[in-house]
Design a protein around this ligand. Structure first.
Ligand code: NDP
Length: 327
C-alpha cells in the first residue's frame, strides 16, 4: 500500500483525495494545511488532518507527499522544502521558472535519496507528453495547442479586479476555424487572436457603468487586448447557477509529413474535455505518485518530469498484464 500525504487542501488537494479513493494500491495517511486544522474538513475516514508544522513527524509514515499548493508562491517554496523528507509530486505550471524549480527540487531530493516529480498535470503534463511523442515520431511537422473551452482562474481574477465588478468568470474558447485549418493539414500560421476567443460572465456592483466596465475588460493589456472578447452581464444567481464549475480541456494537434518527397501527411490529435480541471489534474498526480514510489524502491533519486517516467511506472497493472494488452 502506498501511503499518500496531501500538502495544501484547496481544489487540487480535494481532487487528490478523490483520486486516492479510486486507486486500491494507495491510502491517504494525512492532509497538511497552513490553516487551523480544526477549520478544515476532509472526507477520508481514518486519515489525519494536521498543521503543516507537523510534516517532519510523518517522515516514516508517508511514502509520497503530493504538493497541492499554488504555483505562484507556494510550490517554489514547499516542493524543495519537503523533497528531502519524502518522494514528492507537484503540478508546478509557471513555465518560465521550471528550470529553476527543477534544480532546487533535484538538489533536495538527491540529498534525501528521494524522487521528486514536478510539473505533473495536463499542461504541463499530458499535453507536454503528447507533443513530445508526436515530434519524436514525426520530426517533420508542427504542433498546435488549443485550450478550452474552460475557466481561466487568472483571467477571472483579472476581471474581478476591474472597478465596478462584483464577481466574474472567464472562459477561454478555441476558434473552430483555426482547429479545422490545422486538421486539414494546412500548417497555418496563427496569431493569438486567431486561435482563441475569451468570454466573460460579469456581475456588476450596484450603480456600476456597464459600458465602462466592458471597455476596461476588452482593452486590458496582457489579458484581453490581443483577443476578441465577449462580455455578458448577468446576475449573481445566474453566475452561481450556471458557472459554478471549473471545467477545462483542450487539444494538442500535430501535423507531420513522411515520404521521400514528404508527400504524405499525418495528423495526431489528443483531446481533453474535463468537467473538473482540478480533479483531472489530481488524477494525473496520483498516477505519478505511484511512479515516484516505484522508482524510489529501485534506488533512484533526484528530480524528474513527465518526460523521464516510462508509462509502465504509472499503471496499477504489472508488466505481464501490460504486455498482454500491447495489442
Ligand atoms: P487553490 O487556490 O484552491 O488552493 C491553493 C492553496 O490555497 C491550497 O493548497 C490551500 O493551502 C490554500 N487554500 C485553499 N482553499 C483555501 C481557503 N478557503 N482559505 C484559505 N486558503 C485556502 O488552488 P488549486 O488547488 O485550484 O490549484 C493549485 C495549483 O495547481 C495552481 O496554482 C496551478 O498552478 C496548478 N494546476 C496545474 C495544472 C497542470 O496542468 N499542471 C492544472 C490545474 C492547476 P492550505 O491548505 O495550506 O491553506
Amino acid at each position: 500500500m502506498i501511503k499518500i500525504g496531501i500538502l495544501g487542501y484547496g481544489n487540487l488537494g480535494r481532487g487528490v483525495e478523490c483520486a486516492v479513493k479510486q486507486n486500491p494500491d494507495m491510502e491517504l495517511a494525512a492532509v497538511f494545511t497552513r490553516r487551523n486544522p480544526a477549520d478544515v474538513k476532509i472526507l477520508t475516514e481514518g486519515a489525519s488532518i494536521c498543521s503543516i508544522s507537523e510534516v517532519p513527524d510523518w517522515k516514516d509514515r508517508i511514502d509520497v507527499m503530493i504538493l497541492c499548493g499554488g504555483s505562484a508562491t507556494d510550490l517554489p517554496e514547499q516542493t524543495p522544502a519537503y523533497a528531502e523528507l519524502f518522494h514528492v509530486v507537484d503540478s508546478f505550471d509557471t513555465h518560465a521558472r521550471i528550470p529553476e524549480h527543477f534544480a532546487n527540487v533535484d538538489k533536495a531530493s538527491k540529498k534525501g535519496g528521494k524522487v521528486g516529480i514536478i510539473s505533473v498535470g495536463w499542461d504541463p503534463g499530458m499535453f507536454s507528453l503528447n507533443r513530445l511523442y508526436a515530434s519524436a515520431v514525426l520530426p517533420k511537422g508542427q504542433d498546435y495547442t488549443f485550450w478550452g473551452k474552460g475557466v481561466s482562474q487568472g483571467h477571472s481574477d483579472a476581471v474581478r479586479r476591474v472597478e465596478g465588478v462584483k464577481d466574474a468568470k472567464q472562459y477561454t474558447v478555441p476558434v473552430d476555424a483555426a482547429l479545422e485549418a490545422v486538421r486539414k493539414g494546412d500548417n497555418p500560421t496563427l496569431s493569438t487572436r486567431q486561435k482563441h476567443t475569451r468570454e466573460c460572465f460579469v456581475v456588476l456592483e450596484e450603480g456600476a457603468d456597464a459600458a465602462k466596465v466592458e471597455k476596461e475588460i476588452k482593452t486590458m493589456p496582457n489579458y484581453f487586448a490581443d483577443y476578441d472578447t465577449t462580455v455578458h452581464f448577468i446576475s449573481q444567481e445566474e453566475l452561481d447557477r450556471d458557472h459554478g464549475g471549473i471545467p477545462h480541456g483542450g487539444f494538442v494537434l500535430y501535423s507531420g509529413k513522411t515520404g521521400w518527397e514528404e508527400e504524405n501527411s499525418h495528423l495526431i490529435e489528443y483531446r481533453l474535455k474535463l468537467d473538473s480541471n482540478p480533479e483531472f489534474t489530481a488524477s494525473v498526480l496520483a498516477a505519478y505518485a505511484r511512479a515516484a514510489y516505484r522508482l524510489g524502491a529501485e534506488g533512484v533519486s533526484g528530480c524528474k518530469t513527465v518526460f523521464d517516467i516510462a508509462p509502465a511506472y504509472l499503471s496499477q497493472k504489472d508488466g505481464e498484464t501490460l504486455r498482454a494488452s500491447l495489442l
